[in-house]
Structures are given as C-alpha cells and as structure tokens.
Ligand binder design. Structure first.
Ligand code: GLN
Length: 498
C-alpha cells in the first residue's frame, strides 16, 4: 500500500480507476495525495483555487459509491477544472479580475457530468474535483500570460510558457498534480498547451460537449475537452463529458453518449492520413518538423498510408478567426457591466461612468483589445467589409476540409510552429496570434482535433502532433493516437524535478 501511495501521481486515469475499483486505494487517500502535491508545486501557478474540505467530502462520497456497487468506471479518480467552467463549490474567475472570488450558484454541465451528476438526472461519473486551474483571461491567449492571477510556468522549463489558454490544465497534468484536467478550445487552447507541456488533449466536434456553464468567449467556436497523459485516458474522460444538453445548450448535438474507447485498438492498416502541404511550410521550426516527420514515419510503419493533401486557405484562418472570435467576445462580454455580478468600480460619478470605470479596471489589456476589435468589425459600415467577409471565408475553410476528407480519413501535422517560448518572449500580441495558424482551421470548421506528444525539440521542450478528424470522428483520432502511444513512449516522459 505504501509503495502504491507514493507513486499514485505517476499512474494514468485508467490505472487509478482500476486501483480504486479493486479497493487497493481509497478515493480519500488518492485525493489527499494529489492535494499535497498541488500545494508542494504551487510555484508553477497552475491552481487558482483549492478547497481541500470540499475535495475530501467528494472523495468520501466516491468511496461510498465504490463500496456499495453504484460506482462508474471513473468514480474516485481526481481531476481539476479549467477556471472557465463555473463551479458551485470553488470560486470561478475565468482568469479575470472582473470575476475575482465569484461563486456560481450552479455547476457547468461538464463539471456536473464528471462529478455528482446533472440535477434531476442519474448520478455522474463521480470524479473528485481537486480545484480550479489558471487560464488566460476569458480564455483569450496562447501563453497563459493574460491571466489576472499571474502566468503559469511550463514544468519542462519553468522559464517558459505552458501555452494557452488552458495553460494551468496542461501544466498540472504534465507536473502530475492531477491525473487529468478539463480545458476549453476556441482556437487551439486544448491542443496547443497540450503540445507545449507534453500531454495528450482532445477538442471534440463542436456541439459534442455542453457549453452550459462555460464562461463564454466565442460561442460558435468554444468547445470543452479533456487533457490527460494518454489517448486512452482522454477517451475515458471524453465519454463522460459529452452528450446532449437540450434544455441548457441548444447547440449541443442530439446524439447519444458515445463510448470513445471502443475502437482504441483498431488496426491502422490502410488508414489514409492526409498531410497538408500548408502545415509544413517555411514557418515551421526545423525541430518541430523533425519530431512530427518521425511520428508520421512511425504511423506509416503501423500500416497507415500518408497522402499529400492541401488546405489552401490555412493562412486566412488567422485574419478570419481574429475577426469572428473578437466579434463574438465583444457581445458575450457586454454582460460584465458592474451590475449583475462580478467587479464594480468603487468610485464613479454616474451610471455611465460606473460602466466605464468597472470595465476599464476589471478587464486586462488583451480582453480590451478584443472588445475593441470586435465592436469595430460589427459596427455599421464595417460589418460587411470585415465580419461578413470573414464568415464567408470561414465557410470556404470548412469546405476545404471536406474536399480533403475525400482523399484521407484523418489529417496530421504540427500543433504549433515552434516549441514553447520564454515567459515574456512575445512582446507583440500579433506574434501570439500568428502562432495559432495550425489550430485555427479545425476550430473554424468545428472539427475534432487532438494533440499528442511525439518528441522533444530545442531546449528539450515537448513537441506535439495534431490529428484532425471529420465531424464526429473523435473515436478514430483516439484510435490513431492510442496505437501510436502503444508503439512509442513519448507520452510517458516526465519533467525533471517533478
Ligand atoms: N490563442 C487563441 C486566442 O487567443 C485561442 C484561444 C482559445 O482557444 N481559447 O484566441
């Protein structure tokens, strides 16, 4: 027992679940172990809120279910949530000063499904919440440097960023402070930090997971998904997170909950993997290219066929995304007005001044920049020139994928042009935007995408490979990633000193 307990943090979700269900460890013991680690590694800046009493109460409830036979496959396994999901028992800040100390009266659907369950429905997965994880303010960013609560450090090199906006989630999983975490991906925020921190993450098809209780950034793009240390773990979590939520999110897909583990071991023989030429151009750093090329070779050895394809509008995804996402954000963030909830400026002269002071003080620079861009592109006279054009090109980008999927079953390429950069390394926000080039196309098309570790680049920093599937093709992506992980051990590498 002692040996098992000291190594609990090195176990995957699947391994922990098996120890818990056979009662070799208790949920309380497991939760305590991870809480101790989270405190011991506070310098990473990954956690924004820990409530040990709440966590241990959830763990005790899980132990009851494990004892009385009502447990599900994930009951008692700890996880932590990106601080963009509202939670009743933990503060929810969305990384913003605007929501400092905010307590939601309800849990997001994803949180409820993974935990005790959505009220009025059968019990949830019974996972135990360790706490809330740092993220870029309102999920806007690529480096986790836009959080009002300080940056997160990359466990592989603490002078580097972990990626964003789910930087706390990726860093906490990489540092083994939690076996798994939730994240959200609007333009790459699960895939890119997963890549930079050497963990596995998946963004499902738009609409797979309910957005109810996810603090909204860009509603036509936002999607929840898991980050963990293996494709198998992601499959387990994704199955517990997804499913229709018709009363609370009308954009959630009306499809039965799927078992994403069912095809994990399927043979890759004959699988056509599309390699988009535009993902391997001059902008791709040689170290990232080398690791991704080696991974593609490995997939070919596993029986897959590599097919050259083209996604001709890849470059346009940057201007298109940085029009549509800010436009939606400027509308979504209008609710933060100092009246309904959150921050209110302490001093003001009249109502208008109260709005101005509250928003000037409550929002950080990047959020203000996006609100200004969004309001501009939606304004009379510019709507047609910018917003409408962007919507048209968005459709063309989605069509390009459908053309590509006539030639291949899955698309593979890099997640980001480089490995993680230094904290403070990008002084110009445009540099962050440009680094999103490979993740934005799938987001704009609403397609599932994932990142899995495939090696190391400059400075021994992790490199991720991206897999993009057609709509509802998550099981296939997880199958490819799982087979790769069965044949390699990049996903088991561990940062030094952790
Ligand atoms: N980096 C992108 C942005 O800043 C994506 C963020 C996200 O996916 N939440 O908007």
């Amino acid at each position: 027992m002692t040996q098992i307990s000291s190594d609990l943090h090195d176990l995957t979700v699947a391994q922990l679940a098996s120890l818990l269900s056979t009662r070799k460890v208790s949920a309380v013991e497991t939760a305590q172990h991870f809480l101790t680690r989270a405190s011991a590694h506070a310098q990473l800046g990954a956690f924004l809120d820990l409530q040990p009493d709440t966590t241990l109460a959830q763990a005790r409830a899980a132990d009851v279910r494990l004892a009385d036979g009502s447990a599900g496959p994930l009951t008692g396994v700890p996880l932590a949530h990106k601080d963009i999901f509202v939670t009743r028992d933990f503060a929810t800040t969305a990384g913003s000063r605007m929501l400092r100390g905010y307590k939601s009266p309800f849990d997001a659907t994803v949180v409820a499904k993974l935990g005790a369950g959505v009220p009025g429905t059968p019990p949830g997965a019974g996972m135990v919440t360790l706490g809330k994880l740092n993220c870029d303010e309102f999920a806007m960013g690529s480096a986790n440097e836009n959080s009002a609560y300080g940056p997160v450090k990359n466990p592989w090199d603490t002078s580097c960023i972990p990626g964003g906006s789910s930087g706390g989630s990726a860093a906490a999983v990489a540092a083994r402070l939690t076996p798994a975490a939730t994240g959200t991906d609007t333009g790459g925020s699960i895939r890119q930090p997963a890549s930079f921190c050497g963990v596995t993450g998946i963004k499902p098809t738009y609409g797979r997971a309910s957005r109810y209780g996810m603090v909204a950034f860009a509603s036509s793009l936002d999607q929840a998904g898991p980050l963990a240390r293996s494709a198998e773990d992601c499959a387990l979590l994704l199955g517990a997170m997804c499913g229709p939520d018709p009363d609370r999110d009308s954009t959630s897909l009306d499809l039965p909950t799927e078992d994403f583990c069912r095809n994990l071991n399927a043979d890759l023989a004959g699988l056509r993997i599309g390699i988009p030429a535009e993902f391997f151009g001059d902008g791709l750093a040689p170290d990232v290219r080398a690791a991704v090329d080696a991974a593609l070779k490995q997939l070919a050895q596993l029986g897959a066929r590599l097919v050259p394809i083209s996604l001709p509008r890849t470059e346009l995804s940057i201007p298109v995304y940085y029009i549509i996402a800010p436009a939606e954000a400027s509308s979504n963030l209008s609710r933060f007005d100092g009246v309904k909830f959150g921050y209110r400026a302490p001093q003001y002269t009249d109502l208008n001044d109260m709005y101005l002071q509250t928003r000037a003080q409550g929002f950080g620079d990047e959020v203000k920049r996006r609100i200004m861009i969004g309001t501009y592109v939606l304004s009379h006279g510019y709507y047609d020139a910018y917003y409408l054009q962007a919507q048209k090109i968005r459709r063309m980008i989605a069509d390009d994928f459908q053309q590509a999927f006539k030639q291949c079953d899955v698309i593979a390429g890099p997640v980001a042009p480089t490995v993680a950069w230094k904290l403070g390394g990008h002084s110009d926000p445009l540099a962050d935007y440009l680094a999103d080039i490979f993740t934005l196309p799938a987001s704009l098309a609403g397609l599932p995408g994932m990142s899995l570790p495939v090696g190391f680049g400059a400075g021994h920093l992790p490199v991720g490979m991206q897999l993009i599937g057609n709509y509802l093709g998550e099981a296939r992506l997880l199958n490819v990633a799982h087979r790769f992980q069965q044949a390699t051990d990049w996903h088991t590498a561990k940062p030094q000193g952790i």
